[in-house]
Design a protein around this ligand. Structure first.
Ligand SMILES: Cc1cc2nc3c(=O)[nH]c(=O)nc-3n(C[C@H](O)[C@H](O)[C@H](O)COP(=O)(O)OP(=O)(O)OC[C@H]3O[C@@H](n4cnc5c(N)ncnc54)[C@H](O)[C@@H]3O)c2cc1C
Length: 318
């Protein structure tokens, strides 16, 4: 069974969450601890983010700069497989991105995922690297998530990249894609962004997971706009509790979403991060309850490696 098949059960709101692979050199046990912390809420799926190689400059003792490529959080595919076998009741959803992959490298990654028995993917373009102003695909890589969706739907029909490998083993991936209730930062306007989203769905995406938002009205309006534009697939709200006082400044800049004035006021009243963490939990509980009343198929929590606040929200809501 795949994640999408559960969304047909319209009487239920499922719990799911996203984890980041550990920083290079850290242990996977930390990740298992975060998962164990949340297992009592019977997550439908656990997503694992993908992190592209980045270029960094290291100063040598001579004063010269050395250019290096580093992957700070490697291991997405291996972690997905490890979780799949350690927690067999949970669907694991590794993220797959265009950035850093040629089409051939994508094909090999998809073959690995297929052989590992992974059936669900969240398919994304990836952000521009810190060293780039705009997203730059690999030579012979995909420029937009839709192109990656098309490659996967081709493989789901047994169509591989080269002429010699046609009508071969068909993969069987379900495909989630990203949607932006407050518009993707690069899109010229809301209509163009919705059109791109519709094209991803028409190309084979089974469902949408949204970027985080803190004002449910933004999600409700987005769902309405999507339906009007002919996008019929499930739209899973993605939410993230505020962790620290700084978050209200950092999140809008990083994720292009507003912090509602009521939340901003609550956080600015907090005397330290401990209080802000608590206020974030309370906001998350309210947001989740309202989304549930609206009848969303699932609520997807961005944990960013911190699961205690998500646990406190889930205790009240699921
Ligand atoms: C739930 C979620 C999970 C994420 N996980 C990760 C992760 O694990 N790793 C990671 O690196 N990033 C991740 N991201 C971030 C994501 O990669 C960025 O937001 C990225 O900038 C856009 O990705 P996308 O898949 O939405 O791109 P696309 O759908 O390709 O859209 C990118 C931009 O191009 C426009 N566009 C799309 N198609 C076309 C076209 N054919 N012609 C012209 N314009 C077009 C869109 O309107 C949009 O502005 C995640 C985002 C979300 C919401």
């Amino acid at each position: 069974m795949k994640v999408i098949e559960h969304f047909k059960n319209t009487n239920k709101t499922y719990f799911s969450f996203e984890l980041l692979p550990p920083l290079k050199g850290r242990n996977i046990d930390l990740l298992y601890r975060s998962i164990d912390n949340l297992m009592e809420f019977e997550p439908l799926n656990i997503n694992i983010t993908y992190h592209q190689e980045e270029v960094v400059y290291k100063q040598l003792p001579s004063g010269l700069l050395e250019k290096k490529s580093v992957r700070k959080r490697p291991g997405t595919v291996a972690i997905a497989a490890a979780i799949k076998y350690k927690y067999p009741k949970v669907h694991v959803v590794p993220h797959l991105i265009c950035g850093g992959f040629s089409k051939d490298a994508t094909e090999y990654a998809l073959i690995d995922l297929h052989f590992l028995g992974i059936k669900d993917l969240l398919v994304l373009r990836g952000d521009p690297l810190k060293s780039q102003r705009y997203f730059k695909p690999e030579p012979d890589g995909h420029a937009y998530a839709i192109d990656l969706v098309k490659q996967i739907t081709d493989m789901n029909r047994g169509k591989y990249l080269d002429e010699e490998t046609q009508n071969q083993t068909a993969t069987d991936f379900s495909i989630g894609v990203a949607g932006y209730p407050e518009k993707h930062i690069e899109a010229p306007n809301r209509e163009a962004d919705l059109q791109s989203l519709k094209e991803k769905v028409d190309a084979g995406a089974d469902y949408i997971v949204t970027q985080m938002f803190f004002d449910n009205c933004k999600y409700f309006a987005f769902v309405k706009q999507c339906r009007k534009a002919g996008i019929e697939v499930p739209i899973i709200p993605g939410i993230k509790p505020i962790n620290t006082k700084k978050d209200v400044k950092m999140i809008p800049k990083t994720f292009n979403c507003d912090i509602p004035e009521a939340l901003n006021k609550e956080i600015s009243k907090c005397k330290d991060d401990k209080n802000a963490f608590q206020a974030g939990i309370e906001w998350g509980i309210q947001q989740s309850r309202e989304l549930m009343e609206f009848g969303v198929p699932a609520i997807h929590y961005f944990t960013i490696g911190i699961s205690d606040n998500v646990k406190r929200i889930a205790e009240k809501v699921f």
